[in-house]
Design a protein around this ligand. Structure first.
Ligand code: SF4
Length: 105
């Protein structure tokens, strides 16, 4: 899937994310990013908080994750409805899909 990101919102860090959003992942890339995600080394419960629970810790971890772009693409392509993926909540992913949120949120 492709997500429109206004040029004015592109930064050096978002350029990598934008490239990943418009280019389909290969099978090998899809297998590899899941192994490299920082969440694989942490408490998975923080990525799936109860309704109204804090997403702060999961988002903090995602912000330092080297496969954030790949993770977000996977969640968008698979219409993941729950949890934090690529540093975004389900609500933020819906806003991104509608073009209401820059990819660097
Ligand atoms: S971006 Fe966040 S949810 Fe995705 S793999 Fe990295 S730590 Fe896990």
């Amino acid at each position: 899937m492709a997500v429109f990101i206004p040029l004015s919102q592109l930064t050096a860090s978002s350029a990598h994310l934008a490239e990943a959003l418009v280019r389909p992942l290969t099978d090998a890339e899809e297998r590899d990013w899941k192994r490299r995600g920082l969440c694989a080394q942490t408490d998975p419960d923080s990525f799936f908080p109860e309704k109204g629970g804090s997403t702060r810790e999961a988002k903090r971890i995602c912000s330092g994750c080297e496969v954030r772009a790949e993770c977000l693409v996977f969640a968008m392509d698979n219409d993941e409805r729950f949890g934090i993926w690529g540093g975004l909540s389900e609500r933020e992913r819906r806003r991104l899909r509608r073009g209401e949120l820059g990819a660097t949120a």
